[in-house]
Ligand binder design. Structure first.
Ligand code: PEP
Length: 261
């Protein structure tokens, strides 16, 4: 992790937890962060759409130091898009972050690079923070093609992005073979890809962009990855569904940043 960038930890709850369970988890996270504040770390929780209103309400009313995100958004502003949600609907619910192009959306819901690019543009133009998710599958990794693959994803989403929106973008490197599998990438693999991604971002004049890692991050491996992997934080799936493990990941980032300042 760099010494100057505040770490960011995002919990992606995916299609888990109804609104009652979501509120409960949000409150538990609030209690743990109150008992042990993570003042150097930005935290975002990303519930399913139908839970957002409830989670936003308790975050505001109980002053829980987390922001609320959405797992996806439709790039259109309104109209005949059955089943979809717009940026303005999210903003009305105090959402400030959106995951864009998560590998599950790309692989299961036909989100190609062009749709990812238009979704990212709609996200940042509306004033929201976009988390651009990139990462290779195991076949690409086995062929040692991860660099070119991720570079293509980055360029397709970011080339031509208006300069004024660049600071609203975070990149999450999430190798597909590590997501939800328990097969976390090694610190060496993460560090190599983080360096590569930062070089690609530099060419796109995005030197300050935070780069996160996602893929089976948990309470046990977060400390070593944050100190050795060169990332600015994590996108966490499974381990974000329990307050204790999510907050342990947050504390690992917080401790690492505090120790390096
Ligand atoms: C994710 O879905 O973005 C993710 C990283 O999941 P997990 O932590 O469960 O691998």
């Amino acid at each position: 992790m760099s010494t100057t960038t505040r770490p960011l930890v995002i919990g992606n709850w995916k299609m888990n937890l109804d609104f009652v369970e979501s509120v409960h988890l949000g409150q538990q996270i609030g209690v743990l962060l109150k008992n042990k504040p993570a003042e150097h770390t930005d935290v975002v929780v990303v519930p399913p759409f139908v839970d957002i209103r409830s989670v936003s309400s308790i975050v505001t009313s109980e002053r829980i130091p987390v922001a609320v995100g959405a797992q996806h958004v439709n790039p259109n502003e309104n109209g005949a898009h059955t089943g979809e949600i717009s940026t303005s609907m999210l903003k009305r619910l105090n959402v400030s972050w959106v995951l864009v192009g998560h590998s599950e959306r790309r692989s299961m819901y036909a989100m190609d690079d062009a749709v990812v690019a238009s979704t990212l543009r709609a996200t940042v133009r509306s004033g929201l923070q976009g988390v651009l998710c990139v990462g290779e599958n195991s076949a690409v990794r086995d062929a040692d093609g991860q660099g070119a693959f991720v570079q293509g994803q980055l360029e397709s989403a970011l080339e031509g992005l208006d300069e004024k929106f660049r600071e609203q973008v975070t990149v999450a490197y999430e190798p597909i073979w590590a997501i939800g599998t328990g097969a976390t990438a090694s610190s060496e693999q993460i560090s190599a890809m983080t360096t590569f991604i930062r070089q690609a971002l530099r060419r796109l004049e995005m030197t300050d962009t935070r780069v996160l890692y996602g893929g089976s991050v948990n309470a046990d491996n977060a400390s070593s990855i944050i100190s050795e992997g060169g990332v600015d934080g994590f996108l966490v799936g499974g381990a974000s569904l329990k307050a204790e493990s999510f907050c342990a990941v947050i504390q690992a980032c917080n401790d690492c940043y505090a120790g390096k300042r």
